[in-house]
Design a binder for this molecule. Sequence first.
Ligand code: AMP
Length: 392
Amino acid sequence: MKILAVNAGSSSLKFQLLEMPDEMVITSGIVERIGYDNAEFTIKVNDKKVTEKLEIKNHKVAVHLVVEGLIKHKIIKSLDEIKGVGHRVVQGGELFKDSAIITDEVVEKIKSLNDLAPLHNPANITGIQAFREALPDVIQVAVFDTTFHQTMNELAYLYAAPYEWYKKYGVRKYGFHGTSHQYVSERAAELLDNPNAKIIVCHLGNGASLCAVDGGKSVDTSMGLTPLEGIPMGTRSGNVDPAVLMLIAAKENKTYAEVLDDLNKKSGYLGVSGISNDSRDIIDNMNKGDYRSMLAHKIQIKRIADYIGSYYVYMGGLDAIVFTAGIGENSPEIRKGILEAISVLGVTVDEEQNSKRGERMVSTSDSRVKAFIIPTNEEVMIAREVIRLENL
Ligand code: AMP
């Protein structure tokens, strides 16, 4: 049966049509720059990308393009073939401890969380509403980035700030990339043949987070109230002393919102190196002797190693480290740097395996703690959730 996995952003809409339960991708595509003059719609037809530049006023138009495009390009014969639509939703707060079949009530609940994710949740809702209108008889499911982390206990998720902030405004750590952490850790437990394994997932992409998974459950994660907390990323700082806000606002005559924007968009690899947010540029320039690129690389590795050490102690041991997402799946240098930084935990790199791509073990066979590359697949996880919730 065919399930559509959808990720709606403020000006984009990504989709993948999957044949389930085989988990085969039938097609995928993206509508970009919705609402702008240079909008375009790209869809894969027989493995080739077909791009059309059109006027795409809003998400409703984008969704019509997608569903009509599936028929126009003969990917499906009729819309009845789509048995379910799964939507990525960034923030589920404490209201969603599981994925949810979308009803008017669920939409209202997601809207009530807008304050916690003002950049993401409204866009997700726009996508949901447009698909509900276009495919009114098809089951729609919301799959939240935060749900997997709802198993963290309050020692892990509470900030040591006034408790009333938590009670009144929901100020706590929620964590993100949950579908990826879940997908990858489930696969790692299969490879280890141990459902009770203690695993640390390093989801290292332009956004990056770590997750400690004990017996299939998230017990801690590095992102917080927002995706800014944690390790340094492509353009995000990760943890800094919040007093930086006040100092920089005063020195540079900026508002707190502007300084926060700098921490989100001008920090991390980009901020430290002054060159790029892309790990490939950082490694290239470091290898050419650029000092600040070396710093950007090594600061990130130190911070990742700090988290891994802390999760090792918190879980009371570790069976495997797993690398995933753009950097985790593709950068041998960064994987090696991290594994060498935590060698005291008993992990040894297999240089030959580490130089390759695709799912594999990258630690030596005698390594006490194993290390794997496991490519993430958030769309498959979303489609699996649609099937699970609807008993399809
Ligand atoms: P993601 O957010 O998961 O799509 O990851 C994007 C990041 O992955 C990029 O900014 C790069 O830093 C990194 N990346 C992507 N492809 C490669 C590659 N072939 N080698 C090294 N890093 C890569």
